[in-house]
Design a protein around this ligand. Structure first.
Ligand code: ASP
Ligand code: MG
Length: 418
């Protein structure tokens, strides 16, 4: 017997027919003798619809009432699922955020979970009752309802799994796992059997939008084993059909043969800024990045060259595309104090990253990347690295070519499809 948290996304909950499929899947896992808690999202499109009503009610809507409205989508699906389970003869009940309670910090629409009272939940689960929990919601110290930010049900599910010390948190979604890269770009992308938390964080935040990034960070912190799988494949098939997201130790122990590179991520949400002829003296780069930080603009890649005795240098960096105009405004207002020559911007760039814990102990990963891109005449505009990732900034038009050639170069291509 195991204790399993099952999470179903909006596509899986969209309409009664799908909710019945979800209930059948839950029943299957219960019938195998497991203790089960289920975390659900609102029906697909429902949260957007509710947000729309709030905006219509008042452009400057009250965030506390916004949470009251948008949390209702999950309340509907949790009740419907519990009802459907009971009709199938499965003992089940819903537990709303305030009934557990899941306590959050005081920050409407973007709350973080602070603590979780599990006594009642665990005793219900161990008596054989399935707990159905609406994702996305919690309760503030003040007693008011809070929501966790868009996509927050993934984080709710991981928090429930951590709190009840679940053996696994299965996240059912509309993709059947995590791939080596976006299968829409590379048709020979492969589904990964296992990926480490750290790799998943890199792959998720750079474009493989499978899970809310915060949920992966929480799973890593709490050591929750997560499986991503599809809610549309056969529930009675082999036990673990999806991708497991686990610690590096668990992967090492599994003796799986590992590739040096686990996956390739693409991010088209950044823009490049070059600030030319900045004085090469202490404090110069601080005078550029401090005001951006104060405006909460998240700078990612940064390059600055040696000035070679000229006394001035160019500073190149990237910011989120949505913050490009604001960044330029801020820097233009400070032209005299920073004392640069001019600002050049380019929004048509893409960041391509190769990710893999294997590169910690191997030399040559970056060299392979640069050579592969050079062979195709792809120019690299900026580079950044971490222990498990090498990223390059290239022209957006060359993204697909770059991803395809890198996918082959690191041996990630699946056997040709029949
Ligand atoms: N329903 C919420 C949203 O659409 C939370 C979730 O589904 O994860 O953002
Ligand atoms: Mg989701």
């Amino acid at each position: 017997m195991a204790r399993i948290v099952m999470k179903f996304g909006g596509t899986s909950m969209a309409g009664m027919e799908r909710i019945r499929n979800v209930a059948a899947r839950v029943k299957h896992v219960v019938d195998q003798g497991n203790e089960v808690a289920v975390v659900v999202s609102a029906m697909a499109g429902e949260t957007d619809r509710l947000v729309g009503f709030c905006k219509e009610a008042s452009p400057l809507y009250d965030p506390a009432e916004y949470d009251v409205v948008v949390a209702s989508g999950e309340q509907v699906t949790s009740g419907l699922l519990a009802m459907t389970l009971k009709a199938m003869g499965v003992n089940a009940r819903s537990w709303l955020g305030w009934q557990l309670p899941i306590r959050t910090v005081e920050a409407h629409a973007k709350a973080r979970i602070e603590s979780f009272e599990t006594e009642a939940l665990i005793s219900a689960m161990s008596s054989g009752q399935v707990a159905v929990i609406p994702g996305f919601q919690g309760m503030m110290e003040s007693g008011r309802i809070a929501t966790l930010g868009r996509g927050g049900s993934d984080t709710s599910a991981v928090a429930v799994a951590a709190a009840v010390k679940a053996d696994r948190c299965d996240i059912y979604t509309d993709v059947d796992g995590v791939y080596t890269t976006d299968p829409r770009i590379v048709s020979r992308a492969k589904k990964l059997d296992m990926v480490t938390y750290e790799e998943m964080l890199e792959l998720a935040s750079v474009g493989s939008k499978v899970l809310q990034t915060r949920s992966v960070a929480l799973a890593m912190k709490e050591g929750v084993r997560v499986q991503v799988l599809s809610s549309f494949d056969d529930p009675t098939q082999e036990e673990l059909p999806g991708t497991l997201i686990v610690s590096e130790e668990e992967i090492e122990d599994s003796n799986m043969e590992r590739q040096l590179i686990t996956g390739i991520a693409v991010d088209k949400n950044e823009a490049k800024i070059i600030v030319t002829r900045v004085p090469d003296k202490p404090g110069a780069v601080a005078s550029i990045f401090t005001p951006l930080a104060e405006a909460s603009i998240n700078v990612d890649m940064i390059i600055q060259n040696d000035s070679k005795d000229r006394g001035e240098t160019d500073v190149t960096f990237t910011v989120p595309r949505t913050d490009l105009a604001r960044s330029v405004d801020i820097l233009e207002a400070l032209k005299d104090s920073i004392a640069y020559n001019r600002i050049i911007t380019d929004a048509d760039v893409a960041k391509v990253s190769v990710v893999g814990v294997g590169m910690r102990s191997h030399a040559g990963v970056a060299a392979t990347m640069f050579k592969t891109l050079a062979d195709r005449g792809i120019n690299i505009e900026a580079i950044s690295t971490s222990e498990i990732k090498v990223s390059v900034l290239i022209d957006e038009d060359e993204t697909e070519l770059a991803v395809r050639v890198l996918h082959s170069a690191y041996g990630l291509d699946a056997e040709a499809a029949a």
